[in-house]
Design a binder for this molecule. Structure first.
Ligand SMILES: [Mg+2]
Length: 390
């Protein structure tokens, strides 16, 4: 139990939030809308439309347009904006890519909306060196996978991390050092206080409270008198204390690694060597996440872009390099006839089970996962790129 308390005290929590998500996706898919005010939401019907704004690009925000505003009001603020109907299918598709990126960094990912999640990276920061480094890496990976920007907040708890990501928008990276929470929040206006309800904030405003620091300064007892039970949590939040855990919202279904060759190759020795390195990297990540799996899948794409997968399911879950490598090699040999050149190979493991608790992270070797890839780059030059599949 003591161990857990210790971990709670030193948590590293990231809040990742996509910037103006729906509007940014529209600008990504339609280059002609870039740099223009874009409003996604109900039909404005020339200013008589009903319904609300779902998202506004940063260009539209300059006109005072905000999400949840009546669409008619948005129209009056900027009649020349690009008004678009939401395409939820497309947003969901990109959202999944974002969440898959987050899954690479920790098994503890809590998705709180289509474009927002908390990640508890406690323990993993020894591998990735620091919360800041993880945040940078996540931003880069999201950009690579989706072409979109995200803002990230890093803090010792959820409330402060959420506020931090908000402060840096767009394309931000804001860090609150552990121990500096109260100072960090002190001068911020009340609306930033995440976790306090709208009514509570209105009531505080009527009491003459303007900043989060003012709430903290009122003292616990005064707030309890005014707000009963929620007074204490309000006071704690204003002091930058929030012990709510990051709750895993989606079970990881599979874990994978893949490599693309430049140029395509028929060299089976080389391909098998790469499968060996992929197995090493993949099983290392599995051990770091405390997971093992029963099904090993080989993915192979040929020069004409036809893609195949071959799987084998075992009676028990595995995660040791030798077994995964042996299965992948066996599947490769059974499949490949050497006729067409190979463009890409990958290994995935599915039917996963969690084998340890999070604590074990920190006991893993502090080897940077990226280092293997760097070593491979050095060895094989630009003949490879990495990615993930499934
Ligand atoms: Mg967002």
């Amino acid at each position: 139990m003591e161990k857990r308390t210790d971990i709670n005290r030193r948590r590293t929590i990231l809040h990742v939030d996509m910037d103006a998500f729906y509007a940014a996706v529209e600008q990504l898919d339609n280059p002609e809308y870039r740099k223009r005010p874009v409003v996604v939401g109900a039909d404005p019907a020339g200013g008589r439309g009903r319904g609300v704004v779902s998202a506004a690009s940063y260009e539209a925000r300059r006109f005072g347009i905000r999400s949840a505003q009546p669409i008619s009001r948005a129209y009056h603020l900027c009649p020349g904006a690009v008004f678009l109907k939401p395409r939820f299918g497309r947003y969901t598709e990109l959202s999944k890519k974002v969440m898959a990126v987050l899954d690479e960094f920790s098994p503890l990912v809590e998705q709180i909306s289509i474009d927002e999640a908390f990640i508890d990276c406690t323990g993993t920061e020894r591998i990735f060196e620091s919360g800041e480094r993880i945040a940078k890496e996540i931003k880069g990976r999201i950009m690579d996978e989706t072409g979109l920007t995200a803002s990230v907040g890093v803090a010792s708890n959820k409330s402060v991390a959420k506020i931090a990501s908000e402060l840096g928008k767009p394309d931000g990276l804001t860090i609150c050092p552990p121990g500096g929470e109260r100072e960090f929040l002190e001068r911020l206006p009340l609306r930033y206080l995440w976790g306090a309800g709208k009514k509570t904030i209105e009531r505080l405003a009527r009491m003459g409270v303007e900043s989060i620091g003012d709430v903290a300064a009122r003292g616990e007892e005064a707030l309890e008198r005014e707000f009963k039970k929620s007074g204490r949590s309000l006071w704690l939040l204003a002091n930058g204390v929030d012990e709510r855990p990051v709750v895993c919202t989606h079970r990881r279904k599979s874990i994978s690694e893949e490599i693309t060759f430049f140029p395509d190759t028929r060299d089976t020795m080389f391909i098998e060597k790469v499968l060996f390195e992929i197995s090493d990297r993949l099983t290392r990540r599995m051990r770091r996440f405390g997971i093992a799996g029963r099904t090993v899948t080989l993915k192979i794409r040929l020069e004409d872009f036809t893609t195949f997968s071959r799987s084998k399911t075992l009676p028990h879950a595995v995660r040791d390099m030798k077994t995964v490598r042996a299965l992948a090699t066996e599947l490769f040999r059974a499949f490949y006839d050497g006729e067409k050149r190979v463009r890409l190979v990958g290994i995935g493991v599915s039917n996963l089970e969690q084998q340890e608790q999070l604590e074990l992270f920190s006991e893993d070797t502090p080897r940077d996962a990226e280092r293997l890839f760097d070593a491979m780059k050095e060895k094989y030059g630009d003949k490879i790129t990495r990615g993930s599949f499934l």
